[in-house]
Design a protein around this ligand. Sequence first.
Ligand SMILES: [Zn+2]
Length: 163
Amino acid sequence: MRSADDWLKLLHEVPDPEIPVLNVVEMGIVRTVESNDASVEVKITPTYMGCPAMDAIADDIRAQLSPLASQEGRSLSVELVYAPAWTTDWLSDSAKAKLEAYGIAPPGKTTDKRALNGEAPTVRCPKCKSEATELISLFGSTACKAHYRCNDCAEPFDHFKCI
Ligand SMILES: [Zn+2]
């Protein structure tokens, strides 16, 4: 029988629907995995409120794990947990590096509160690493991202908003 760790490893094969270079574990979506003889329980926390991808993520996790759980005669549950709320601080450093390599400027630390004072945080261009960037739109390709342009290489890019 698979252990909780084995199930967690399998979850590394479930990509985030919006950012396919990251899996749901790297995204910090998977909170806990518990298993006993009868069942496997996965708890996940939604990322940005209103991100429509959450149902898709739960479905993807079920599709990945449920055939294997059935083989072992165990039930599978995927439960949404809303507290504590997800934060971009749960993204691992390797996840942030992958985001940047993918062309999305990763979020900074939520302890950077400059935005509250009306100052824009410094966002580094994922392509040329210049910090001479400007905000084009608060909403990029999805509500979770803001759209920026680099003034050095003229490349437009998305910034994963920090929450
Ligand atoms: Zn650039």
